[in-house]
Design a protein around this ligand. Structure first.
Ligand SMILES: NC(=O)C1=CN([C@@H]2O[C@H](COP(=O)(O)OP(=O)(O)OC[C@H]3O[C@@H](n4cnc5c(N)ncnc54)[C@H](OP(=O)(O)O)[C@@H]3O)[C@@H](O)[C@H]2O)C=CC1
Ligand SMILES: C[C@H]1O[C@H](OP(=O)(O)OP(=O)(O)OC[C@H]2O[C@@H](n3cnc4c(=O)[nH]c(N)nc43)[C@H](O)[C@@H]2O)[C@@H](O)[C@@H](O)C1=O
Length: 324
C-alpha cells in the first residue's frame, strides 16, 4: 500500500454530536447496534431510511436522497446478507445487490460532500486457505471459499472503491472487516440466517416441543470467530473517530470455537436437553477464518463481550422479540 495518496482525514467524528450521520441499514443487526451506540453517545441528528423508504439499489433515488439530506458522515451497514445456504443459493442477488448498493452509496456520498464514510465488508473476503490468524494483507492472495465468493467479490470491490476514491480524490473513505457477528436484531430465519441465530431458534423450538434431537449442518469441525454486535458498533465508532487509512481494518474477537463447541454452548444457554445430529450433506464452508485484529488493537480498541455473555443477552432478546 505504498506510493498512494492516502492521508485524507476529516474532523473528529466524536467532536460534533449534532453532525448529520447517515446510518444506512439501521434496522439490521449491525445498523441497529450502531444507532444504539450513537444515541448513547448523544448524537442528535441521525439520518435513517428503511429499505421501503429508500431502495439503495436505485441510483436515481440515492442521488435525490443525498441532494436533499446532505449527510456529513456515513456508516454503510445496508447490504444483502445471509448465511452459508443463502450465499450458496442466491449468488446473483449477493453479487448484484451488494455491488449496486455500495456503488450508488459510496459514489453519491463523495459527490454530495460526505466528510467521512465507513464501508463494512466481511471476513469472507479472504482466501479460503489464508494464513491464520488472517492479516489484512492476505487480501487477494488466493482463491475464495466457493460458497460465498459472489458476496466476497462485491465486498472486495467495495474496499477497492473506498481506496480508489481516497487515492484519486483524497476523500476519507475507510473499510472495516467484521468477523461473524451476532446479537439483538439478528436474522433468525431457519435456512437463510447465520449459524448462531439458526441454532438458537432450532434449539428453542425443539425445547418447547420436547423434541429429542436437533439437526446441525455440516461436520461440526469448522472453526469460527464470533463478535457481539455491540462490540462491533463500539469498534465502528472508534474507527470513525480514530482511523483514516487506505487499508481495510479487521474487527474480530480473537477467539474461535468449532461449530460443535458453538452448538453445545447455544444448547446450554437455551436449555435444550436432547441430542445433536450432524447433517454432513450440508456444506462446511471455510475450514477456519480467525482474523488478526492486532492492527485495531494497536490503535487502542479491543472487544469486551464474551461469547457466553453475548449468547445469554441474545437469547433473552430472542425470547422478548422473536419467538411466537
Ligand atoms: N451478520 C454478520 O455476521 C456480518 C455482517 N457483516 C456486514 O455488516 C453489514 C450489515 O449486516 P447485517 O446487519 O448483518 O445485515 P442485516 O440483514 O441484518 O441488515 C441489512 C440492512 O440492509 C438494509 N437493506 C438491504 N437491502 C437494502 C436496499 N436495497 N436498500 C436499502 N436498505 C437495504 C435492510 O433494510 P430493511 O431492514 O429496511 O429491510 C437492513 O436494515 C453488511 O455489510 C454485512 O456484510 C460483516 C460480517 C459479518
Ligand atoms: C459471516 C459470514 O457468513 C457466511 O459464512 P459462514 O461463516 O460459513 O456462515 P454460517 O454462519 O452460515 O455457517 C457457519 C458454519 O456453521 C455451520 N452450520 C451448522 N448448522 C447451521 C445452520 O443451521 N445454519 C447455518 N447458516 N450454518 C450452520 C455451517 O455449515 C458452517 O460450517 C458467509 O456466507 C458470509 O455471509 C459471511 O461473511
Amino acid at each position: 500500500m505504498s506510493g498512494a495518496k492516502n492521508n485524507a482525514t476529516s474532523p473528529s467524528f466524536l467532536s460534533d454530536k449534532s453532525a448529520k450521520v447517515f446510518v444506512a441499514g439501521h434496522r439490521g443487526l449491525v445498523g441497529s447496534a450502531i444507532v444504539r451506540k450513537l444515541h448513547a453517545l448523544g448524537f442528535t441528528s441521525l439520518v435513517l431510511r428503511t429499505h421501503a423508504e429508500l431502495d439503495l439499489t436505485c441510483q436515481a433515488d440515492v442521488e435525490s436522497f443525498f441532494a436533499a439530506e446532505k449527510p456529513q458522515f456515513l456508516i454503510l451497514a445496508a447490504a444483502k446478507v445471509g448465511g452459508i445456504h443463502a450465499n450458496n443459493t442466491y449468488p446473483a442477488d449477493f453479487i448484484a445487490v451488494n455491488l449496486q448498493i455500495q456503488t450508488n452509496v459510496i459514489d453519491a456520498a463523495y459527490r454530495f460532500g460526505v466528510k467521512k464514510l465507513l464501508f463494512l465488508g466481511s471476513s469472507c473476503i479472504y482466501p479460503k486457505f489464508a494464513p491464520q490468524p488472517i492479516p489484512e494483507n492476505a487480501l487477494l492472495t488466493g482463491p475464495l471459499e466457493p460458497t460465498n465468493e459472489w458476496y466476497a467479490i462485491a465486498k472486495i470491490a467495495g474496499i477497492k472503491m473506498c481506496q480508489a476514491y481516497r487515492i484519486q480524490y483524497s476523500w476519507d473513505a475507510i473499510s472495516g472487516m467484521p468477523t461473524n457477528l451476532y446479537g439483538p436484531h439478528d436474522n433468525f430465519h431457519p435456512e437463510n440466517s447465520h449459524v448462531l441465530p439458526a441454532l438458537m431458534r432450532r434449539f428453542h423450538e425443539a425445547k418447547v416441543k420436547g423434541a429429542e434431537e436437533v439437526v446441525v449442518w455440516g461436520t461440526g469441525s469448522p472453526l469460527r470467530e464470533f463478535l457481539h454486535v455491540d462490540d462491533l458498533a463500539d469498534g465502528v465508532v472508534f474507527m470513525m473517530d480514530s482511523y483514516s487509512g487506505l487499508e481495510h481494518v479487521n474487527v474480530g474477537s480473537g477467539k474461535e470455537v468449532t461449530i460443535k463447541e458453538l452448538a453445545e454452548l447455544v444448547k446450554e444457554v437455551v436449555g435444550f436437553e436432547g441430542r445433536l445430529v450432524w447433517d454432513s450433506t450440508k456444506p462446511d464452508g471455510t475450514p477456519r477464518k480467525l482474523m488478526d485484529s492486532s492492527k485495531l488493537a494497536g490503535l487502542g480498541w479491543t472487544p469486551k463481550i464474551s461469547l457466553k455473555d453475548g449468547l445469554v443477552d441474545t437469547y433473552s432478546w430472542y425470547l422478548e422479540n422473536v419467538k411466537q
